[in-house]
Design a protein around this ligand. Structure first.
Ligand code: ADP
Length: 631
């Protein structure tokens, strides 16, 4: 195949936007270009090592993997050279001409045009290779894929504007060489000391040697032959002992494996020997990635076997609800030719998964001791953790302890109260943990179902997240206290109510028997049953669903997703103390009685955030009643 000598191509649209944004927003942290390029070079070496497990000839005659950094003061260039896997022409176009990254669409949609805000976002997204353009106004890439012929190399050039050129080239050594032509004003980077200190700062943890030519001074410089020296520690960070690793090193390693610009919230590093033999280094990120809710989004750990990189995103080592955890697991038990399929079947992987899950939950439990830090975590990942009890029955209690809620105790939308705190505040004789589910905080807070709880000073959890109904369906109980949806079933406050109260309720029920009968007739189409209630103090009526029926929020959610939901009518409960209900009881005119009963039903539905089946009829009825006021 002959390839066009030189071709000019446009960047994909999102790459163009991203480039522009990055160049103009990351100027305050320019040095990070080195971290990004070294990180790519290190990944390329990992990939070569992995492919060479099956095909050792890919090493050609150059088995010692390394990254070489050099500079030329006269030409104003910096060169980062690796002997890793390299790229074919197609790969160059795919990788350097587009942004082949999950979450790109979500990221682009979030951009506001406000440079300050967008700069933060771009750090969160990670810019990788393109960060070269922070300091360079022209970048050249020479690359040859391992195993390809010497004349099958590629030369890519761009000034970081709209276009790049690509042409065939010759390259004796396999791998990738990135040449940065420094911008005016950035010449200082072409300096041995500066580069050494940047590499030490950001890339010390890279397991591959990063070499530079040794610097000699004075008379020595004349005499000596050029000679290489290794700048970084060049051992895999996770193999070192915890006491030898500084927090800074842990943080930089996190940025390398996660492509996140921000620090992690915390980490857990452990060597496990015995029946299983592995090392893990797990990180809790400081913020959620763009694709957290994207089913195809990146998740899982980097898997190494005996220090050899095997695969990214090995998702078999952690459950879905911990998909935000980043890190490395290095096994001494698995075989070097392990595949995803084998991982799925290997029982030792399941054992590791339980152990790693426990590590993460322990790390979170520890973090929970620091309220402010934990609040940060909860804001970013709380919703995902709420998937836990459904997925991981064995750790249900542990996860439940980590959950945070907003409740009537604080009356704030902030989710910052634990179940343990709730239990501590439970009233004498209270056996259950009460909760209400609604579409938003105000609807939950003002739900008529809470009235009796407020009167008795009993705390209720206010649940408003989409996953909450699902969560509660699986939690069932915590510390032997069962959960009770306050809008489900007949209200039973157990020992909180006195015998006298129960007795007087029975009497009221008798007293209103005939009215309840009339209401059943008026609302046969709308409700399953009519009951006298004592759960209301201020509202005339509320709707309740059967103990085992689907909650109103879940129903609305499924309906809005176009799913067919089994028909189940609610029960209307009416407040015998309310003046409207008293008046209704005395109403002799059946038409008026019916109208008023229907209005009560519709209002009860509105109060809990429901939609009326026939809103116009409601307005008509209400207006008719209002007009009577003026007659
Ligand atoms: P990321 O590293 O986050 O995937 P980058 O923009 O940094 O994003 O790089 C895009 C892709 O280009 C990489 O995933 C990799 O496939 C390829 N690439 C970049 N640098 C190198 C390199 N030195 N050697 C081989 N491939 C590389």
């Amino acid at each position: 195949m002959t390839v066009a000598a030189k071709e000019t191509r446009g960047f994909a649209t999102e790459a163009k936007q991203l480039l522009h944004l990055m160049i103009h927003s990351l100027y305050s942290n320019k040095e990070i270009f080195m971290r990004e390029l070294v990180s790519n070079a290190s990944d390329a070496a990992d990939k070569l090592r992995f492919e060479a497990l099956e095909n050792a000839s890919l090493y050609e005659d150059d088995p010692n993997l390394r990254i070489r950094v050099s500079f030329n003061k006269d030409a104003n260039t910096i060169t980062i050279d690796d002997n890793g896997i390299g790229m074919s022409r197609e790969e160059v176009i795919e990788n350097l001409g587009t942004i082949a990254k999950s979450g790109t669409a979500q990221f682009m949609a979030k951009l506001s045009g406000d440079q300050k805000k967008d700069a933060q976002l771009i750090g969160q997204f990670g810019v990788g290779f393109y960060s070269a353009f922070i300091v360079a106004d022209k970048v050249e890439v020479f690359t040859r894929r391992a195993g390809a012929a010497k004349d099958q190399a590629v030369h890519w050039t761009s000034t970081g504007e709209a276009e790049y050129t690509i042409e065939a080239a010759e390259k004796a050594a396999r791998g990738t060489q990135v040449v940065l032509h420094l911008k005016k004003g950035e010449e200082d980077f072409a300096d041995g000391w500066r580069l050494r200190s940047i590499i030490k700062k950001y890339s010390d943890h890279i397991s591959l040697p990063i070499v530079m030519e040794k610097q000699h001074f004075g008379d020595e410089a004349e005499k000596k032959e050029p000679e290489d020296e290794t700048i970084n520690k060049a051992t895999a960070l996770w193999t070192r002992s915890r006491s030898d690793i500084t927090d800074e090193e842990y943080k930089e390693f996190y940025k390398h494996i996660s492509h996140d610009f921000a620090d992690p919230l915390s980490w857990s590093h452990n060597r496990v020997e015995g029946k299983l033999d592995y090392t893990c280094l797990l990180y809790l990120p400081g913020r959620a990635p763009f694709d957290l809710y994207n089913r195809e989004g990146a998740r899982g750990l980097k898997l190494y076997v005996q220090r050899t990189f095997i695969m990214d995103q090995a998702e078999q080592f952690l459950p879905m609800y911990l998909r935000f955890i980043k890190g490395v697991v290095d096994s001494n038990d698995l075989s070097l030719n392990v595949s995803r399929e084998i991982l799925q079947k290997d029982p030792s992987v399941d054992n590791m998964k339980s152990a790693l899950t426990k590590r993460v939950l322990d790390m979170l439990t520890k973090l929970a001791g620091d309220q402010e830090q934990y609040a940060n975590f909860w804001k970013e990942f709380g919703q995902v953790l709420k998937e836990g009890p459904a997925e991981d029955y064995a750790n249900k209690e542990k996860i439940a302890k980590l959950l945070r809620f907003s409740t009537t105790h604080t009356n704030s939308p902030e989710q910052d109260q634990s179940l343990d705190q709730y239990i501590e505040r439970m009233k004498e004789g209270q056996e259950k943990i009460y909760y209400v589910v609604a579409e938003n905080f105000n609807t939950a807070k003002n739900s008529p179902h809470l009235e009796v709880f407020r009167k008795k000073g009993i705390e209720v959890l206010l649940l408003t997240d989409r996953v909450d109904d699902w969560l509660m369906g699986h939690l069932m109980e915590y510390k032997e206290k069962s959960f009770q949806d306050v809008s489900k079933g007949a209200l039973d406050l157990g020992a909180i109510e006195t015998e006298e109260e129960k007795q007087s309720q029975k009497e009221t029920e008798k007293q209103f028997e005939s009215m309840v009968g009339r209401m059943k007739n008026a609302l046969t189409e709308q409700v399953e049953d009519v009951r006298i209630t004592h759960r209301l103090t201020d509202s005339p009526a509320c709707l309740v669903v059967g103990e085992h029926d689907m909650g109103a929020q879940m129903r609305r959610l499924l309906e809005s997703a176009g799913q067919k939901v089994p028909d189940a009518k609610p029960i209307i409960e009416i407040n015998p103390e309310h003046p409207l209900v008293v008046k209704l009881d005395q109403e002799q005119d059946e038409d008026r009685f019916n109208d008023l009963a229907k209005v009560l039903f519709d209002q009860a539905s509105l109060a809990e955030g429901g939609h009326l089946k026939d809103p116009a009829a409601y307005v008509q009825r209400l207006n008719k009643l209002l007009l009577e006021l003026f007659n």
